[in-house]
Write a protein that binds this ligand. Structure first.
Ligand code: M6R
Length: 614
């Protein structure tokens, strides 16, 4: 939700900023802008639209400057237009500021600043902050870093900000609270700033992840200094970045989403690497080793997440309840925090998030942590906020996921949840040794089975072509595949804008069946397993009402094949592992429909990859 970049050094800032913004565009694409300081003073360029629109606009302007900031916006306060685009400028025109987050008390601050002579052009909360900093700079006669620090004492909300000042041309001041910021330290004394490491990795592997409440002062001659809100100096903790540039490129695919779907054999394998040990017949999750006994003794597990991560959590519920016999509640993080949930000190809370930055999930974690629960994270982005506030966790190792629609992150999350549930079930003795070993072998075979599923892409594309003009779609699953039905429906809605609903197959007769007519495609996961016969009956109910059935079946199935309009076969695997295979055709169907409809697959309208506002 909004991407921030900054540069201070000897090189031309503009190309670095614009390339950085392209990497961060997944965080929001309503508008983009840059502010540069060079021999011509401070210049701001911004416009509604994508980074490419800004680039076009910049072709005919002076782009010089060695210090600069850039922003790509996901609109919260104020429409996505040129005026509301960042950077925002103070009344005098001296300060330029970019912001990711929300200033909750912006309205009273705005009134106060107005009464003190400040003027506002935009509807944004950000413009209030830049004026507040200027007001303090002048009234208290302090330098920029101190003015930022004092201003932030008056601010309620979440922010990652970067500010530059025409009167301090070699300096950039950045600060964070609940929104991420990373600083890259270049070989020649130059510094890079970004919302995540993706714009930085091509310049340096040495990074500092800023902590909440920290203010960074980056000076062209004096280098980097970090202070906290109490004005105490802190030694920057420099880490080596483990990220490879090629993971940020499309690698020959038309879209990141397609690349990420096809990466799943590898990403699932990477999520199991070093954890699933077939030779020893064990699961070792190093990151939660010290919490194994807590898991074994847990009376209850709460799983928190949003969107696709919540769907992965639902699969986790089935896994933990079946394999480890621990009651599980799966909660939308956003709902959990706005009631008064009952949390026990011996509860284990598993927080799932691809980005590790989702504001609702972070806030729910803080609530559960405050009530004494043990928080275990399952996140993909290394060094993001959630892994830093949890007690322990396991990264998913799916690699950067850039398409806004989550695909490989889902299968990696489910893989890690499966490993956790197996590990706990084995330690507790709630699954037999033979079943444990059989499931380990089956899990190990999943990456090559996903490869087989991907070979059905031509058939899936053919089916996508038939149903691309549908206005509604139903997705049905049962047991382990009910969450997959929800995930399939979410994928279709978010990238093709076709209305879709996921339901437990048996619920259809309690309402949704009224929607079925000859126009309605119904995607049904009807693999061989515990509920197979029941799902076959549900398919018959759909067919009796002339609905179109697209079924995901187990290889060799003839019964459903005979009933359905189309059957996509996936290899046989135990029920507990079916989500890892059955979700793949769902992802591909949505992808191909969206492409055929001419949608912007990687950057669907109104969405952003990292949702850092509540
Ligand atoms: O980064 P997170 O996993 O916490 O994000 C949660 C949701 O915003 C995310 O899964 C969203 O629903 C995706 N666009 C789904 O494809």
């Amino acid at each position: 939700m909004c991407g921030i970049v900054g540069y201070v050094g000897d090189k031309d800032a503009y190309p670095l900023l614009i390339n950085g913004l392209k990497r961060l565009e997944y965080r929001g694409y309503d508008s983009a802008g840059v502010a540069l300081i060079g021999s011509q003073g401070l210049r701001i360029h911004k416009c509604q639209g994508k980074v490419s629109d800004l680039e076009a606009h910049m072709r005919d302007v002076d782009r010089s400057g060695n210090v600069g900031i850039g922003h790509t916006r996901w609109a919260t306060h104020g429409a996505p237009n040129d005026v509301n685009a960042h950077p925002h400028v103070s009344t005098s025109g001296d300060l330029a500021l970019i912001h990711n987050g929300i200033i909750e008390n912006y309205a009273p601050l705005k009134e106060e600043l107005r009464s003190r002579g400040h003027t506002f052009r935009s509807e944004t909360d950000t413009e209030v902050l830049v004026n507040l900093i200027e007001d303090i700079q002048r009234s208290e006669e302090v330098d920029l870093p101190e003015a930022v620090r004092l201003a932030l004492e008056n601010v309620v909300g979440a922010y990652a900000i970067a500010v530059i000042d025409r009167k301090s041309p070699g300096m950039l001041v950045a600060a964070r609270k609940s929104s991420p910021l990373v600083i890259g330290i270049g070989e020649h004394g130059e510094h890079y700033l970004a919302s995540d490491a993706t714009p930085i990795v091509e310049h340096t592997k040495n990074v500092v992840y800023m902590e909440d409440g920290e203010i960074a002062i980056i000076d062209r001659t004096k280098g980097l200094k970090i202070r906290n809100v109490k004005n105490q100096e802190k030694t920057p903790f420099i880490q080596a970045l483990e990220m490879h540039l090629e993971t940020l490129e499309k690698g020959g695919y038309d879209h990141f989403m397609l690349k990420e779907i096809h990466e799943q054999p590898r990403s699932i394998r990477d999520s199991m690497r070093g954890r699933l040990n077939l030779a020893q017949g064990e699961v070792v999750l190093g990151g939660i080793k010290d919490y194994e006994q807590k898991f074994v003794n847990a009376k209850r597990i709460l799983i928190l997440g949003c969107g696709t991560s919540w769907h992965a959590g639902l699969v986790g519920e089935y896994l933990f309840e079946e394999l480890a016999r621990i009651p599980v509640e799966v909660e939308y993080a956003s709902e959990f925090r706005y009631r008064n949930p009952i949390i026990h000190e011996d509860d284990i809370v598993i927080a799932i998030s691809q980005s590790g930055e989702t504001a609702d999930t972070l806030a729910a974690i803080e609530l559960a942590k405050g009530r004494g629960a043990t928080i275990i994270g399952i996140c993909n982005v290394v060094g993001s906020s959630i892994p830093r506030v949890t007690h322990a966790g396991s990264y998913t190792h799916a690699g950067p996921e850039i398409g806004v629609a989550s695909t490989k992150a889902f299968t990696a999350q489910v893989t890690v949840l499966t490993l956790m549930a197996l590990m706990v079930g084995h330690k507790k003795g709630t699954i037999s040794g033979s079943r444990f070993h059989r499931l380990l072998n089956e899990l190990d075979a999943i990456p090559s089975k996903v490869e087989q599923v991907l070979k059905n892409e031509a058939q899936i594309k053919y089916i996508a072509d038939i149903y691309k003009n549908a206005t509604n779609a139903l997705y049905l699953g049962r047991g382990y595949t009910f969450p997959v039905a929800l995930e399939g429906a979410l994928k279709l809605k978010e990238i093709s804008y076709i209305h879709a609903e996921g339901y437990p197959a048996a619920e259809m007769k309690h309402g949704p069946i009224a929607l079925i007519d000859e126009e309605m495609p119904v995607f049904v996961i009807a693999t061989k397993g515990a509920s197979y016969e029941k799902v076959v009956s549900n398919i018959q109910e759909v067919k009796a009402r002339k609905g179109k059935v697209i079924a995901i079946v187990t290889e060799g199935d003839t019964v459903v094949k005979g009933l359905a309009d189309h059957a996509i076969a996936i290899p046989e695997t135990p029920d507990a592992l079916v989500p890892l295979l059955s979700v793949v055709p769902m992802q591909l169907i949505s992808y191909h429909i969206a492409v055929m409809l001419g949608r912007n697959v990687d950057q669907p309208r109104n969405l952003a990859k990292s949702v850092t506002v509540e």
